[in-house]
Design a protein around this ligand. Structure first.
Ligand SMILES: [Zn+2]
Length: 147
């Protein structure tokens, strides 16, 4: 699950974090592709786990894909509780992973579906969701059915 606290994001260089966040605020999701071996990553990494290269190309996703897997969380871990978007049921919320048309796997909160309405392979889009909680701006990803 991608959860970004603007003040405490240490995976990427400062410049790249700003780029990443700027794109998210515009509703765009950016993935990275290893320039050496072509492996795709979301969220971004600084070193390729396959070939150890640190050279990456940033690509904008079209945000559409198919649901690969999902699960229902009945009791969130305490460290996650501040990151659950306000519009979501605190208990019994759904999360899933879509594989985008470009081949990136994106995990997010599933919006607007009941457990019995979800099917593997259904068309969904991923969308950044920005909200405030406890005085901090947070960014996460929602998965929304296309129909
Ligand atoms: Zn690589």
């Amino acid at each position: 699950m991608i959860i970004i606290e603007f003040e405490a994001f240490s995976i990427l260089s400062h410049t790249k974090v700003n780029d990443f966040v700027n794109f998210l605020e515009k509703g765009k999701i950016i993935g990275t592709i290893c320039k050496k071996c072509g492996k795709k990553y979301f969220p971004s990494v600084t070193d390729c786990r396959k070939c150890l290269s640190n050279q990456f190309e940033w690509v904008e996703l079209d945000n559409k894909g198919k649901l690969e897997t999902f699960t229902m969380i009945s009791v969130p871990p305490s460290r996650v509780q501040d990151y659950i978007p306000p519009s979501y049921n605190f208990n019994h919320y759904l999360i899933g992973i879509i594989k985008t048309n470009e081949g990136f796997r994106v995990m997010g909160w599933i919006r607007g579906l009941k457990l019995e309405d979800i099917e593997i392979g259904m068309d969904m889009k991923c969308k950044p969701l920005i909200f405030n909680r406890r005085g901090r701006k947070r960014v996460t990803i929602e998965l929304i059915p296309l129909k």
